[in-house]
Design a protein around this ligand. Structure first.
Ligand code: FMN
Length: 282
């Protein structure tokens, strides 16, 4: 490839970690790479998308999302839907997931990328600590991503680098990403963040503890939180609970134990194996 572009969203930092491993591996091949975290820096995102639009070279887009309610984040799907149509461009969807289920995120991202004319060069699902379980001693996905997960990511990038040197690089068939059964896929299509909003507990701001320091607003990956003068949530909140996790005063309160129970039930139900997996064309 002539240049790599990495776009990702990462409320709790794991998808950022994977994006950084990709970036370092591409850089080790002495190739130019731009990286952008969506939601936090709209100006940089617009500049990099303009560069993608203008590029006449063989480029490869790595696009990463955490799995939320079995899907990629809406922010990521919106980005894909607005990508410039390209002729000789490749794309690599990747997700991190909290060992409940990787859902149909990769399948949906792959399909949407192909609709924009991007050829699939590879894909990855990387297991991670479940980001709703930071307070739990034994969270789903404990210890991940670990060094073996990182090695898988490097293997993916190396495979893609080698393939994209060829005059007619092999493509990953999108069907490979439809790895859930038909019944599970149908079930997951019914799930979404709006339903999760009804199930997940409300966050209560304890005004006696809150010092209005603004760390919660700074930690919001989609700028959905403002101090008015206490933390107030806009509709684009993605329910990552980063605000609660990052509050130094523990002033944002919610009982996540039913959600933890649900994660464990889903882990037992779907039992995806292997947990982390890379997809490269044969
Ligand atoms: C609202 C919400 C929904 C989630 N839904 C799922 C899910 O359906 N399946 C799963 O395995 N993990 C799920 N997770 C966990 C994240 O996918 C996982 O922890 C991911 O690695 C977080 O990425 P980040 O660290 O980049 O934010 C969910 C987390 C949140 C906050």
């Amino acid at each position: 490839m002539d240049k790599a572009f990495i776009f990702y969203c990462s409320p709790a930092g794991t998808t950022r970690h994977v994006a950084e491993v990709i970036k370092k591996t591409v850089a080790d091949y002495k190739q130019p790479v731009s990286i952008c975290e969506l939601g936090r820096d709209a100006k940089k995102a617009a500049e990099i998308i303009a560069e993608v639009t203008d590029s006449k070279q063989r480029i490869c887009l790595f696009i990463g999302s955490p799995v939320y309610s079995s899907h990629a984040l809406p922010l990521i799907m919106d980005l894909i839907a607005k990508l410039p149509l390209k002729a000789d461009a490749y794309a690599v969807p990747f997700v991190t997931w909290g060992a409940a289920t990787s859902g149909i995120a990769l399948a949906e991202m792959g399909e949407a990328l192909q609709q924009r004319g991007y050829k699939l060069a590879g894909a990855a699902r990387i297991v991670a600590v479940h980001s709703l379980m930071w307070e739990v001693e034994n969270p789903a996905g404990k210890g991940h991503p670990d060094s073996e997960d990182d090695a898988l990511i490097r293997e993916l990038v190396t495979g893609i680098e080698n393939n994209l040197l060829k005059s007619a690089p092999p493509q990953l068939p999108q069907s490979v990403l439809n790895y859930q059964s038909e019944a599970v896929t149908a079930e997951m299509k019914q799930q979404n963040l709006e339903l999760a909003r009804k199930f997940l507990p409300p966050r209560e701001v304890n005004r006696e503890l809150c010092t209005q320091c603004g760390i919660c607003a700074d930690s919001c990956p989609v700028a959905a939180l403002t101090l008015e003068p206490y933390p107030t949530y806009a509709e684009n909140c993605i329910l990552c609970f980063n605000c609660m996790r990052c509050c130094p005063e523990n002033a944002i309160e919610a009982d996540l134990s039913p959600a933890h129970e649900m994660v464990r039930i889903r882990y037992e139900k779907y039992k995806e194996s292997p947990l982390s997996k890379i997809f490269l064309p044969d």
